[in-house]
Design a protein around this ligand. Structure first.
Ligand code: URA
Length: 210
């Protein structure tokens, strides 16, 4: 993946995203849509994974067939909203190793504060996909990636559902080596750090909290 930013403009992704944005969409539907959309985004973020050829026997003949090469992928969810993307991706890549980073956003400063970190071993040998539905200020995503790099990861991709121009700029400045895959780049952030037009608080919408 050479582009810093990939916007997945597939009609299925865009349709599901519009349903998720609608404030009338129920918690159950929001969660189901997020799971579905995460499969489609996972397909894009894993494009270009290296493969190796191995000989197999089909019922008809032998052939050299492609298989994923190298160590199992690592998925790192930024708590708590990242878990909504994680579940779908794990259906597609069930053998992936999974880590969690807990950061909350200080409501005054909008700066990230870390409260939890548990990451898979041997990150230096794994492609690591960091997931968080909302790339808003970019502060928590950039801080999470600092932490993940400090644990050895070198080949990192960032997957989100919505991104703001401010968040993309922050990530590009902090981590130019980390490609971003998203379903949309929205207009801007509001004074509370929410993405506009956005979809509201992704965690609240997927877990039914307020
Ligand atoms: N986090 C969210 O859940 N929503 C936003 O709009 C911004 C950050």
């Amino acid at each position: 993946m050479t582009e810093h930013l990939t916007v997945v403009d597939h009609p299925l992704v865009q349709h599901k995203l519009s349903l998720m944005r609608d404030k009338g969409t129920s918690t159950a539907s929001f969660r189901a849509l997020l799971r579905e959309i995460s499969l489609l985004l996972a397909y894009e973020v894993t494009r270009g994974l290296p493969v190796e050829m191995r000989q197999i026997e089909t019922p008809v003949c032998s052939m050299d067939a492609p298989f994923l090469e190298g160590k199992k992928l690592a998925l790192v969810s930024i708590l708590r909203a990242g878990n909504g993307l994680l579940d779908g991706i794990l259906e597609l890549i069930p053998a992936a190793r999974v880590g969690f980073v807990g950061l909350y956003r200080d409501p005054q400063t909008l700066e990230p504060v870390q409260y939890y970190s548990k990451l898979p071993a041997e990150l230096e040998d794994r492609m690591t996909i960091v997931v968080d539905p909302m790339l808003a200020t970019g502060n928590s995503s950039a801080a999470a990636i600092d932490l993940i790099k400090a644990s050895g990861a070198k080949n990192i991709r960032f997957l989100c559902l919505l991104a703001s121009p401010e968040g993309i700029a922050k990530m590009k400045a902090a981590h130019p080596d980390v490609p971003i895959v998203t379903a949309s780049v929205d207009e801007r952030l509001d004074d509370h750090g929410y993405i506009v037009p956005g979809l509201g608080d992704a965690g609240d919408r997927m877990f039914g909290t307020k």
